[in-house]
Design a protein around this ligand. Structure first.
Ligand SMILES: Nc1ncnc2c1ncn2[C@@H]1O[C@H](COP(=O)(O)OP(=O)(O)OP(=O)(O)O)[C@@H](O)[C@H]1O
Length: 291
């Protein structure tokens, strides 16, 4: 299967010669595939999503490598062309629905924005599409919700609104950045199921950022395991969750709470595993020159 997204040797750092945040990251996601990006806090998962979307924080930049989307290197495109391509074909489901939605605007307008301003749809068509999508994400009274302000609906419903907004323009790729972290456990499950269903129905590729191996096991066909901005294991979920995973992947699995087996105790990542990874990262940094 040819890749929709292919990242090759991506290096991202703070300033020139500053700390490296992504170290030679390579991965690929086929059209319609779900790929998980997992790792502990600070591993660089969100940074990969931001590099793809072209929204790296100030002072942080791509130093080398390519981000090929449908064969085009996003890092080599002029800024406007890149913004247009990303706006049309890539959508993001963010972590915290409350901060992602403008509190002063009604929900409907926030779903139709992208359709009207980036895809040039007329307002009536965009509103009809938004109502259709709200119905698809199981929001019972789409008309009422479109008229509501974000604080007038529940957290779970706000996340459904953002999911509807992400799927509205039929993007080829959705980057979901810990989309269930801000939700309670029962709502988390519903939202995950919903993302999986919509993704399958629309044939959208999904890059799913999470620290939760349980979520990856349910949703992803393949995954990249990150440590300190470096991919330390990568491949089909069936192998990584199989009998012989990489020691760090095994440790992350053992450190993930199982809601179905609350009596099981959690294991911290063993020091020897961390020491081996730190040595690997230090060796990679010795060989790297900031071109
Ligand atoms: N604005 C910034 N300036 C400097 N360093 C940053 C900035 N934002 C993030 N970082 C650093 O980049 C690294 C990767 O951060 P990133 O947010 O991608 O981690 P993550 O794996 O998504 O973690 P989390 O699950 O906590 O969001 C971390 O070491 C973080 O401290």
């Amino acid at each position: 299967m040819s890749a929709l997204l292919r990242i090759e040797g991506l290096n991202v750092s703070v300033g020139r010669g500053g700390p490296r945040l992504l170290r030679d990251v390579s991965l690929s996601v086929a059209a319609g595939e779900t790929h998980g990006l997992v790792g502990e806090s600070g591993a660089g998962k969100s940074m990969i999503g931001k590099a793809i979307a072209g929204v790296l924080p100030r002072g942080i930049a791509v130093r080398s490598g390519r981000i090929l989307f449908d064969g085009q290197d996003l890092t080599a495109l002029p800024r406007r062309a890149r913004r247009r391509l990303v706006g049309e074909r890539i959508a993001i489901i963010p972590q915290d629905p409350l901060t992602a939605l403008n509190p002063c605007r009604r929900i409907g307008g926030q779903i139709t924005d992208r359709l009207v301003h980036i895809l040039g749809w007329d307002a009536g068509r965009a509103r009809a599409r938004a109502a259709e999508l709200l119905d698809e994400v199981a929001i019972r009274e789409p008309g009422r919700v479109m008229q509501a302000y974000p604080h007038e609906v529940s957290g779970g419903m706000r996340q459904r609104v953002l999911i509807a907004a992400a799927f509205a323009a039929e993007p080829a790729l959705i980057i979901a950045d810990e989309p269930t972290t801000a939700l309670d456990v029962t709502v988390q499950r519903q939202v995950l199921r919903l993302i999986g269903e919509l993704q399958a129905r629309h044939g959208t590729a999904l890059l799913f950022v999470t620290h939760d191996m349980g979520v990856v096991a349910k949703l992803c066909r393949s995954l990249s395991v990150l440590y300190a901005g470096k991919v330390v294991d990568q491949g089909p979920a069936a192998r990584i969750f199989g009998p012989d995973p990489h020691p760090y992947a095994r440790a992350l699995i053992a450190a993930t709470p199982r809601y179905d087996r609350p009596e099981e105790s959690l294991m911290p990542v063993p020091e020897a595993v961390i020491a081996a990874l730190d040595a690997e990262v230090a060796a990679a940094d010795r060989d790297w020159t900031d071109g």
